[in-house]
Design a protein around this ligand. Structure first.
Ligand SMILES: C[S@@+](CC[C@H](N)C(=O)[O-])C[C@H]1O[C@@H](n2cnc3c(N)ncnc32)[C@H](O)[C@@H]1O
Length: 284
Protein backbone atom coordinates (compact mmCIF):
# COMPACT_ATOMS: atom_id res chain seq x y z
CA UNK A 1 0.00 0.00 0.00
CA UNK A 2 1.94 2.98 -1.28
CA UNK A 3 -0.87 5.42 -1.95
CA UNK A 4 -1.20 8.28 0.55
CA UNK A 5 -3.97 10.75 -0.08
CA UNK A 6 -1.99 13.54 1.62
CA UNK A 7 -0.09 14.01 -1.68
CA UNK A 8 -3.30 14.63 -3.61
CA UNK A 9 -5.71 16.28 -1.17
CA UNK A 10 -7.62 19.22 -2.59
CA UNK A 11 -6.70 18.48 -6.22
CA UNK A 12 -9.23 18.81 -9.06
CA UNK A 13 -10.44 15.25 -8.53
CA UNK A 14 -11.12 15.85 -4.83
CA UNK A 15 -13.04 19.02 -5.67
CA UNK A 16 -15.27 17.18 -8.17
CA UNK A 17 -15.84 14.18 -5.88
CA UNK A 18 -16.50 16.26 -2.78
CA UNK A 19 -18.84 18.77 -4.43
CA UNK A 20 -20.97 15.90 -5.78
CA UNK A 21 -20.80 14.18 -2.39
CA UNK A 22 -22.20 17.28 -0.70
CA UNK A 23 -25.08 17.43 -3.21
CA UNK A 24 -26.06 13.84 -2.41
CA UNK A 25 -25.88 14.46 1.34
CA UNK A 26 -27.86 17.69 1.08
CA UNK A 27 -30.58 15.69 -0.64
CA UNK A 28 -30.52 12.95 2.01
CA UNK A 29 -31.02 15.61 4.70
CA UNK A 30 -34.31 16.73 3.19
CA UNK A 31 -36.24 13.89 4.84
CA UNK A 32 -36.19 13.51 8.63
CA UNK A 33 -35.63 9.73 8.50
CA UNK A 34 -32.03 8.84 9.42
CA UNK A 35 -29.43 7.91 6.85
CA UNK A 36 -26.21 5.91 7.00
CA UNK A 37 -22.99 7.20 5.42
CA UNK A 38 -20.29 4.64 4.56
CA UNK A 39 -16.81 5.44 3.23
CA UNK A 40 -14.98 2.26 2.22
CA UNK A 41 -11.59 3.90 1.46
CA UNK A 42 -11.70 6.85 3.81
CA UNK A 43 -8.16 8.27 4.15
CA UNK A 44 -7.31 10.37 7.21
CA UNK A 45 -10.21 12.82 7.00
CA UNK A 46 -8.18 16.04 7.12
CA UNK A 47 -5.09 17.20 5.23
CA UNK A 48 -2.63 19.94 6.11
CA UNK A 49 -1.92 21.81 2.88
CA UNK A 50 1.30 23.17 4.36
CA UNK A 51 2.67 19.66 5.09
CA UNK A 52 5.56 18.15 3.14
CA UNK A 53 3.36 15.84 1.07
CA UNK A 54 1.09 18.62 -0.22
CA UNK A 55 4.05 20.97 -0.66
CA UNK A 56 5.83 18.41 -2.79
CA UNK A 57 3.09 17.89 -5.37
CA UNK A 58 1.23 21.23 -5.03
CA UNK A 59 -1.77 19.43 -6.56
CA UNK A 60 -4.20 21.52 -4.53
CA UNK A 61 -3.13 24.54 -6.55
CA UNK A 62 -4.91 23.04 -9.56
CA UNK A 63 -7.97 22.27 -7.46
CA UNK A 64 -9.33 23.96 -4.35
CA UNK A 65 -6.94 26.89 -4.73
CA UNK A 66 -8.71 27.88 -7.96
CA UNK A 67 -12.10 28.31 -6.32
CA UNK A 68 -11.39 31.79 -4.93
CA UNK A 69 -13.37 33.76 -7.50
CA UNK A 70 -17.14 33.22 -7.30
CA UNK A 71 -18.90 31.22 -10.00
CA UNK A 72 -22.19 32.26 -11.61
CA UNK A 73 -24.98 32.53 -8.99
CA UNK A 74 -26.68 29.26 -10.01
CA UNK A 75 -23.38 27.39 -9.55
CA UNK A 76 -22.56 29.17 -6.29
CA UNK A 77 -25.95 28.16 -4.90
CA UNK A 78 -25.10 24.48 -5.49
CA UNK A 79 -21.55 24.55 -4.17
CA UNK A 80 -22.46 26.64 -1.11
CA UNK A 81 -22.55 23.63 1.28
CA UNK A 82 -19.06 22.56 0.08
CA UNK A 83 -17.74 26.11 0.50
CA UNK A 84 -19.26 26.28 3.99
CA UNK A 85 -17.39 23.11 5.01
CA UNK A 86 -14.12 24.48 3.57
CA UNK A 87 -14.64 27.65 5.60
CA UNK A 88 -15.37 25.70 8.81
CA UNK A 89 -12.24 23.60 8.33
CA UNK A 90 -10.09 26.69 7.73
CA UNK A 91 -11.50 28.34 10.83
CA UNK A 92 -10.76 25.29 12.98
CA UNK A 93 -7.54 23.98 11.42
CA UNK A 94 -5.95 26.76 9.34
CA UNK A 95 -4.60 25.84 5.91
CA UNK A 96 -6.20 22.42 5.68
CA UNK A 97 -8.51 20.48 3.36
CA UNK A 98 -11.31 18.13 4.46
CA UNK A 99 -11.44 14.52 3.30
CA UNK A 100 -14.66 12.66 2.56
CA UNK A 101 -15.21 11.43 6.17
CA UNK A 102 -15.14 14.97 7.51
CA UNK A 103 -17.46 16.18 4.75
CA UNK A 104 -19.93 13.40 5.54
CA UNK A 105 -19.72 14.16 9.26
CA UNK A 106 -20.37 17.86 8.73
CA UNK A 107 -23.60 17.10 6.88
CA UNK A 108 -24.91 14.45 9.27
CA UNK A 109 -27.72 15.30 11.67
CA UNK A 110 -28.13 13.91 15.20
CA UNK A 111 -30.14 10.94 13.90
CA UNK A 112 -27.56 9.90 11.23
CA UNK A 113 -24.68 7.42 11.58
CA UNK A 114 -21.46 6.75 9.67
CA UNK A 115 -18.87 4.02 9.20
CA UNK A 116 -15.46 4.95 7.83
CA UNK A 117 -13.09 2.22 6.66
CA UNK A 118 -9.34 2.63 6.09
CA UNK A 119 -6.79 -0.16 5.68
CA UNK A 120 -3.52 1.78 5.85
CA UNK A 121 -2.31 1.32 9.45
CA UNK A 122 -1.05 4.89 9.96
CA UNK A 123 -3.84 6.68 8.10
CA UNK A 124 -6.39 4.42 9.77
CA UNK A 125 -5.00 5.29 13.20
CA UNK A 126 -5.16 9.02 12.45
CA UNK A 127 -8.77 8.63 11.31
CA UNK A 128 -9.70 6.57 14.38
CA UNK A 129 -8.16 9.22 16.68
CA UNK A 130 -10.08 11.98 14.93
CA UNK A 131 -13.45 10.36 15.66
CA UNK A 132 -12.66 8.52 18.92
CA UNK A 133 -15.10 10.58 20.99
CA UNK A 134 -17.82 10.63 18.35
CA UNK A 135 -20.62 8.17 19.12
CA UNK A 136 -22.22 8.69 15.68
CA UNK A 137 -19.12 7.41 13.85
CA UNK A 138 -17.43 4.02 13.73
CA UNK A 139 -13.94 3.76 12.23
CA UNK A 140 -12.88 0.31 11.02
CA UNK A 141 -9.41 -0.91 10.11
CA UNK A 142 -10.46 -3.32 7.37
CA UNK A 143 -10.26 -4.05 3.66
CA UNK A 144 -12.75 -1.65 2.08
CA UNK A 145 -14.03 -4.17 -0.48
CA UNK A 146 -14.85 -6.68 2.25
CA UNK A 147 -16.39 -3.95 4.37
CA UNK A 148 -18.54 -2.76 1.48
CA UNK A 149 -20.51 -5.99 1.43
CA UNK A 150 -20.39 -6.60 5.19
CA UNK A 151 -21.90 -3.20 6.02
CA UNK A 152 -24.92 -3.31 3.70
CA UNK A 153 -27.86 -3.17 3.71
CA UNK A 154 -27.76 -0.57 6.49
CA UNK A 155 -30.53 -0.76 9.05
CA UNK A 156 -31.53 2.85 8.28
CA UNK A 157 -32.65 1.77 4.75
CA UNK A 158 -31.47 5.15 3.35
CA UNK A 159 -27.85 5.94 2.84
CA UNK A 160 -24.79 6.69 0.78
CA UNK A 161 -21.74 4.52 0.19
CA UNK A 162 -18.62 6.17 -1.23
CA UNK A 163 -16.17 3.75 -2.86
CA UNK A 164 -12.91 5.58 -3.51
CA UNK A 165 -10.03 3.10 -3.97
CA UNK A 166 -6.44 4.15 -4.71
CA UNK A 167 -6.12 2.35 -8.08
CA UNK A 168 -2.77 0.77 -7.26
CA UNK A 169 -3.76 -2.67 -8.52
CA UNK A 170 -4.32 -3.54 -12.18
CA UNK A 171 -7.98 -4.12 -13.01
CA UNK A 172 -9.28 -1.97 -10.16
CA UNK A 173 -11.58 0.02 -12.47
CA UNK A 174 -13.41 -3.16 -13.54
CA UNK A 175 -13.38 -4.26 -9.93
CA UNK A 176 -15.09 -1.03 -8.88
CA UNK A 177 -17.89 -1.70 -11.38
CA UNK A 178 -18.28 -5.38 -10.43
CA UNK A 179 -18.30 -4.65 -6.69
CA UNK A 180 -20.81 -1.82 -7.18
CA UNK A 181 -23.05 -4.13 -9.20
CA UNK A 182 -22.89 -6.79 -6.47
CA UNK A 183 -23.52 -4.23 -3.72
CA UNK A 184 -26.56 -2.86 -5.57
CA UNK A 185 -28.01 -6.32 -5.61
CA UNK A 186 -27.59 -6.51 -1.84
CA UNK A 187 -28.88 -3.00 -1.08
CA UNK A 188 -31.09 -1.97 -4.01
CA UNK A 189 -32.17 1.31 -2.38
CA UNK A 190 -28.72 2.52 -1.28
CA UNK A 191 -26.98 5.33 -3.12
CA UNK A 192 -23.54 4.20 -4.30
CA UNK A 193 -20.88 6.60 -5.55
CA UNK A 194 -17.75 5.06 -7.07
CA UNK A 195 -14.83 7.27 -8.05
CA UNK A 196 -12.71 6.56 -11.13
CA UNK A 197 -9.50 8.10 -12.51
CA UNK A 198 -9.55 8.98 -16.22
CA UNK A 199 -6.58 9.04 -18.51
CA UNK A 200 -8.74 8.41 -21.59
CA UNK A 201 -12.55 8.47 -21.36
CA UNK A 202 -12.79 5.31 -23.48
CA UNK A 203 -11.16 3.34 -20.63
CA UNK A 204 -14.31 3.91 -18.61
CA UNK A 205 -16.72 2.42 -21.20
CA UNK A 206 -16.22 -1.17 -19.99
CA UNK A 207 -16.93 -0.42 -16.32
CA UNK A 208 -19.85 1.80 -17.38
CA UNK A 209 -21.32 -1.16 -19.27
CA UNK A 210 -21.15 -3.33 -16.14
CA UNK A 211 -22.95 -0.70 -14.07
CA UNK A 212 -25.49 -0.07 -16.84
CA UNK A 213 -26.27 -3.79 -16.81
CA UNK A 214 -26.72 -3.82 -13.03
CA UNK A 215 -28.82 -0.66 -12.76
CA UNK A 216 -30.23 0.28 -16.17
CA UNK A 217 -31.72 3.77 -16.06
CA UNK A 218 -30.66 4.12 -12.43
CA UNK A 219 -27.02 5.16 -12.57
CA UNK A 220 -25.20 8.29 -13.63
CA UNK A 221 -21.83 8.51 -15.32
CA UNK A 222 -20.38 11.86 -14.28
CA UNK A 223 -17.03 12.99 -15.60
CA UNK A 224 -14.81 16.03 -15.41
CA UNK A 225 -11.99 16.37 -17.94
CA UNK A 226 -9.28 18.95 -17.35
CA UNK A 227 -7.13 18.01 -20.33
CA UNK A 228 -7.22 16.10 -23.61
CA UNK A 229 -6.12 12.47 -23.38
CA UNK A 230 -2.98 13.14 -25.40
CA UNK A 231 -0.72 12.17 -22.52
CA UNK A 232 -1.84 8.64 -21.75
CA UNK A 233 0.05 8.39 -18.45
CA UNK A 234 -1.42 11.52 -16.93
CA UNK A 235 -4.61 11.94 -14.94
CA UNK A 236 -6.62 13.97 -17.44
CA UNK A 237 -9.93 13.72 -15.70
CA UNK A 238 -11.96 11.83 -13.17
CA UNK A 239 -15.42 10.46 -12.79
CA UNK A 240 -18.05 9.22 -10.43
CA UNK A 241 -20.55 6.49 -11.09
CA UNK A 242 -23.58 7.22 -8.95
CA UNK A 243 -26.15 4.45 -8.66
CA UNK A 244 -29.61 5.34 -7.34
CA UNK A 245 -28.80 9.06 -7.49
CA UNK A 246 -31.20 11.55 -5.96
CA UNK A 247 -33.45 12.80 -8.79
CA UNK A 248 -31.92 16.24 -8.32
CA UNK A 249 -28.34 15.13 -9.00
CA UNK A 250 -28.31 14.99 -12.82
CA UNK A 251 -29.58 18.56 -13.33
CA UNK A 252 -27.27 19.78 -10.57
CA UNK A 253 -24.26 18.04 -12.15
CA UNK A 254 -25.18 19.61 -15.52
CA UNK A 255 -24.79 23.00 -13.86
CA UNK A 256 -21.74 22.26 -11.69
CA UNK A 257 -19.50 20.20 -13.99
CA UNK A 258 -19.16 22.65 -16.91
CA UNK A 259 -18.27 25.41 -14.44
CA UNK A 260 -15.63 23.20 -12.80
CA UNK A 261 -14.31 22.11 -16.21
CA UNK A 262 -13.82 25.71 -17.24
CA UNK A 263 -12.21 26.71 -13.94
CA UNK A 264 -9.99 23.67 -13.40
CA UNK A 265 -8.82 22.96 -16.98
CA UNK A 266 -5.04 22.68 -17.29
CA UNK A 267 -4.93 24.58 -20.54
CA UNK A 268 -7.79 25.61 -22.76
CA UNK A 269 -9.46 22.23 -22.80
CA UNK A 270 -12.04 21.28 -20.19
CA UNK A 271 -14.91 18.90 -20.65
CA UNK A 272 -17.60 17.07 -18.77
CA UNK A 273 -20.14 14.28 -19.10
CA UNK A 274 -23.40 13.72 -17.28
CA UNK A 275 -25.20 10.66 -18.62
CA UNK A 276 -27.81 8.32 -17.28
CA UNK A 277 -26.62 4.80 -18.11
CA UNK A 278 -29.27 2.92 -20.06
CA UNK A 279 -29.71 -0.76 -20.84
CA UNK A 280 -28.18 -0.17 -24.32
CA UNK A 281 -24.91 1.00 -22.65
CA UNK A 282 -24.57 -2.50 -21.20
CA UNK A 283 -23.89 -3.84 -24.70
CA UNK A 284 -20.26 -2.66 -25.06
C1 LIG B 1 -8.29 8.01 -2.73
S1 LIG B 1 -7.90 7.73 -1.07
C2 LIG B 1 -9.36 8.12 -0.19
C3 LIG B 1 -9.72 9.55 -0.15
C4 LIG B 1 -10.98 9.87 0.63
N1 LIG B 1 -12.08 9.00 0.24
C5 LIG B 1 -11.39 11.31 0.41
O1 LIG B 1 -12.12 11.61 -0.55
O2 LIG B 1 -10.99 12.16 1.22
C6 LIG B 1 -7.89 5.97 -0.95
C7 LIG B 1 -7.61 5.44 0.45
O3 LIG B 1 -7.83 4.03 0.45
C8 LIG B 1 -6.90 3.44 1.34
N2 LIG B 1 -6.85 2.00 0.97
C9 LIG B 1 -6.04 1.37 0.09
N3 LIG B 1 -6.39 0.08 -0.03
C10 LIG B 1 -7.45 -0.11 0.79
C11 LIG B 1 -8.29 -1.21 1.08
N4 LIG B 1 -8.10 -2.41 0.50
N5 LIG B 1 -9.30 -1.04 1.97
C12 LIG B 1 -9.52 0.16 2.55
N6 LIG B 1 -8.76 1.25 2.32
C13 LIG B 1 -7.75 1.13 1.45
C14 LIG B 1 -5.64 4.22 1.13
O4 LIG B 1 -4.78 4.09 2.25
C15 LIG B 1 -6.19 5.65 0.95
O5 LIG B 1 -6.23 6.32 2.17
Amino acid sequence: MNYRHAFHAGNFADVMKHVILTRILVHLRLKPAPFRAIDTHAGTGLYDLGADEAERTQEWRGGVDRLGEPFAPEVEALIAPYRAILATVRRRHGDAYPGSPLIMRELMRPQDRAVFVELHPEDGAVLARRFRRDAAVKVLHLDGWTALHALIPAKERRGLVLVDPPYEEPGELERLAREMAKALNKWPTGIFAGWDPIKDQRDVDGPAAIIAGAAPGKALRLELMIDQPTEPDRLNGCGLFVANPPWTLAPEAETILPALAERLARGRYGGFRCETLAARDAGH
